[in-house]
Design a protein around this ligand. Structure first.
Ligand code: PLP
Length: 223
């Protein structure tokens, strides 16, 4: 797998307004540097310890995105530098992110992860939970977080109609939220959908951020 070529190909083929998050989880520093040398600056990781180690080892103009399930007790390790947390899936986590953001004297951009897949195992809010969160008085008090959009993962299936349906449901929620009177800490700008296997459908359904791992770095032997 030629990482530079893959990055260049993605950069040239993504529509304007759709950003590439290069998912570098499990991949060593040298592979990430190859992508960096092809001008990739947004990288996604799913484990806190790995994210911190890579942040420390790599150039400081990289935007690090946390894309995996995040435990509240680990927020403190990434609060000072993380550019975007895609995987916010509870009020408790939001409160902790807000607390650590205050300590770090910054505002932390977040996406709400919404459960759109059929599978039971994927994390995320239901649509109803998103609406009740947005109307929660305690949520409105969190001034050091900024919700800038939604993230979702489609079911792992060959059925492209199902994948499309799931992405459409998230896009429709995204548009519904825009019409609400929402707190000033919420602004629906980013729709993080699409991975190596389904990014083409995601782009057709309005993705502004695709999270691509194996199509850039090759298969992982995890996990
Ligand atoms: C691993 C991962 C990806 C990338 O998956 P690929 O299929 O390798 O592109 C995207 N999003 C999340 C949340 C992931 O954990």
């Amino acid at each position: 797998m030629n990482i530079k070529n893959s990055i260049t190909k993605f950069s040239q083929n993504l529509p304007p307004g759709c950003k590439l998050v290069a998912v570098s989880k499990t991949k060593p520093i040298e592979r990430i540097l190859e992508a960096y040398q092809a001008n990739q600056r947004i990288f996604g990781e799913n484990k806190v310890q790995e994210l911190v180690a890579k942040y420390e080892a790599l150039p400081k103009d990289i935007d690090w995105h946390m894309i995996g399930h995040l435990q509240s007790n680990k927020v403190k390790y990434i609060a000072s530098f993380v550019s975007l947390i895609h995987s916010v899936d509870s009020m408790k986590l939001l409160q902790e992110i807000n607390k650590q953001a205050i300590k770090a004297n910054r505002s932390i951009p977040c996406l709400l992860q919404v459960h759109i897949a059929e599978e039971e195992t994927k994390f995320g809010f239901s649509e109803e939970e998103v609406f009740s969160l947005l109307h929660d008085e305690n949520f409105k008090k969190l001034q050091n977080i900024k919700i800038i959009g939604l993230m979702g993962m489609a079911t792992l299936t060959q059925d492209s109609n199902q994948i499309r349906r799931e992405f459409k449901s998230l896009k429709s929620l995204f548009e519904k939220i825009k019409l609400l009177t929402i707190p000033s800490t919420v602004e629906m700008k980013e729709l993080s959908i699409g991975m190596s296997g389904d990014y083409k459908i995601a782009i057709e359904e309005g993705s502004t951020m695709v999270r691509i791992g194996s199509a850039i770095f090759g298969a992982r032997n995890e996990q």
